[in-house]
Design a protein around this ligand. Structure first.
Ligand code: NAP
Ligand code: MN
Length: 277
């Protein structure tokens, strides 16, 4: 009893977040056994460490589930498919995952910046979301028409399908698919990328991805319409009466357990290039 008590009082508080794949369940079972052996305590409500088992999407889900506890939690990711951007460990490295958790210290965690997404409604209400990858504003049926401001400076009138605002770590996700640049996470800036902008003799947008300095905010002032779609990572919101959306890089940070981390350009190469012949 003494042993168990000691383990319970000194063991790290952890929780495992997983996707629903069969393969994941087998990995999670093995991981749970190793975690118990290591004396970790399972605590869904107030974990110190969240182990995400699955893909990058699983990590995004875990982040949003624990969004209000980001100052006290650290994440660590195990990927069960191809190499993930937020999941550094592979399924055959579960011992290393446990070791990294045993050895980690909160002040040694590495951090990624989160995007703050502030929605201003026509009646004055404000709603805030945090994004790790990106937030996209789109309009369902008609052309989205919006004034784009960089801090207080009116930059352009955008017409097109929508605009994506991405963090550096999100730059390899949707942002890349729509022609945005891949940014190293140590670059403290964010990126605005157009989705199918209209450009002709009448309408003019920059037509290139923009890297916005950390000190600036980007505001998208929308025409009055009720068919906007706002995405925040994997989440979708159909809000009515949006007046504007302001994006800035002051959404705080997400902390990751420091250990076994693959370098950013290695991950980019592993995911998109493969072997150089
Ligand atoms: P999903 O539809 O399963 O994700 C699409 C793909 O994006 C998956 O292969 C996912 O990896 C990968 N991914 C997620 N974050 C990434 C990152 N930071 N860098 C590189 N690849 C990344 O949906 P999900 O898993 O819930 O992820 C939501 C994200 O998917 C969104 O934030 C958006 O960036 C991305 N997405 C991309 C497109 C597109 O490229 N056309 C369309 C919709 C959504 P895993 O398989 O490891 O989960
Ligand atoms: Mn996914």
């Amino acid at each position: 009893i003494g042993m168990i008590l000691m383990k319970n009082t000194t063991g790290k508080k952890i929780w495992i977040v997983k996707n629903t794949y069969k393969k994941t369940q087998a990995i999670v079972s093995a991981l749970e056994a190793l975690c118990l052996e290591a004396g970790f305590v399972f605590d869904e409500e107030n974990p110190e460490i969240i182990i995400s088992v699955g893909g990058d999407g699983t990590l995004l889900a875990a982040l949003h589930y624990y969004e209000t506890q980001l100052e006290t939690v650290r994440f660590i990711g195990v990927h069960t498919g191809h190499l993930g951007f937020y999941a550094d460990f592979q399924e055959h490295e579960l011992e290393q995952v446990v070791e990294a958790i045993q050895n980690e210290k909160p002040d040694e965690a590495f951090k990624y910046q989160l995007l703050k997404v502030q929605i201003h409604f026509t009646d004055g209400r404000i709603k805030t979301h945090l994004a790790l990858n990106e937030s996209v504003i789109k309009r369902a049926s008609k052309t989205l028409v919006a004034d784009v401001k960089i801090s207080d400076f009116l930059f352009e009138k955008f017409r097109g399908d929508g605009l994506s605002v991405s963090t550096p770590t999100g730059s390899t996700a949707y942002n890349k698919s729509i022609g945005g640049a891949v940014m190293h996470p140590r670059v403290h800036a964010f990126q605005v990328t157009e989705v199918a902008s209209l450009n002709n003799l009448v309408y003019r947008t920059l037509g290139a991805p923009m890297i916005i300095a950390e000190k600036d905010a980007v505001t998208i002032e929308l025409e009055n319409a009720d068919d906007y779609l706002l995405t925040v990572d994997q989440l979708e919101y159909f809000y009515d009466q949006i007046a504007s959306v302001t994006y800035s890089l002051d959404g705080g940070v997400i902390s990751f357990v420091n250990g076994g981390h693959t370098g950013f350009w290695h991950r980019v190469k592993n995911s998109f290039i493969g072997e150089v012949k």
